[in-house]
Design a protein around this ligand. Sequence first.
Ligand SMILES: Cc1cc2nc3c(=O)[nH]c(=O)nc-3n(C[C@H](O)[C@H](O)[C@H](O)COP(=O)(O)O)c2cc1C
Length: 185
Amino acid sequence: MDALAAIHQRASISKVKAAPLPRALVEELLSAAVQAPNHHKVRPWRFVVLSGAARQRLGAVMAESLRQRKPETPPEGLQAEAAKALRAPLVIAVGVDLPSEPKVVEIENICAAAAAAENLLLAAQALGLAAMWRTGPGASDPAVKAFLGLSPDQPLIAFIYIGYPEFELPPPERPGFADRTTWME
Ligand SMILES: Cc1cc2nc3c(=O)[nH]c(=O)nc-3n(C[C@H](O)[C@H](O)[C@H](O)COP(=O)(O)O)c2cc1C
C-alpha cells in the first residue's frame, strides 16, 4: 500500500480480533513510528508496549484511577473500566520526554511524539492491521503514568489499540480541507 492510500484509508477501528501480533510485526510498527520528524533530534517519544497480562495490570490501574476520580462508581463501572485495556491484543502507550536543555521546547516534543503516533497508525493501516488512538481522563493521572514508567509531568498522549481487523471497512468519508485552509500568494 502506498503512503497516500494508507493516509486516506486509515480509520479508527475499535473492534479487533483477540489473536496476538507477532513481535516482528510490532517492531515494524515501532520502526515506522520513530521515522517521525523531531526538532533537535531529541527523539522525545517513549513507547510502552503492553500485551498479554500487562493489559490486565493496566486495566487494574485504570480502574483504580477511575475510583479515585469518581469514588461513587459502582463495581460494574470499575470492572468495565478495567476491561477496556483488553479491547485489543496490543496496546502501545506513547509518552513524551520533557525538554532537558533550554533550546528544546515542550510543545515541539509533544508534536514529534504525536507525529510518531500517527506514523504508527499509518504503518498499521499499511500492514492490514486495525488501530485506534485513545486517551481519556486516565491518561492525565500520575498513577497511570507511574505504572508506565513516566513521571507525573510527562505527557501521556496516546494509548494505541492494535489488532487484526474483525471486518473490512469502506474508506472513511471526511470533510475536506477547504474550510480549514487559507491560500496566500
Ligand atoms: C489525541 C487523540 C486522542 C483521542 N482520544 C480518543 C479517546 O479517548 N476515545 C476515542 O474513542 N477516540 C479517541 N481518539 C480518536 C478519535 O476519536 C478519532 O480519530 C476520530 O473519531 C476520527 O475518526 P477516524 O480516526 O476514523 O478518522 C483520539 C484521537 C486523538 C488524535
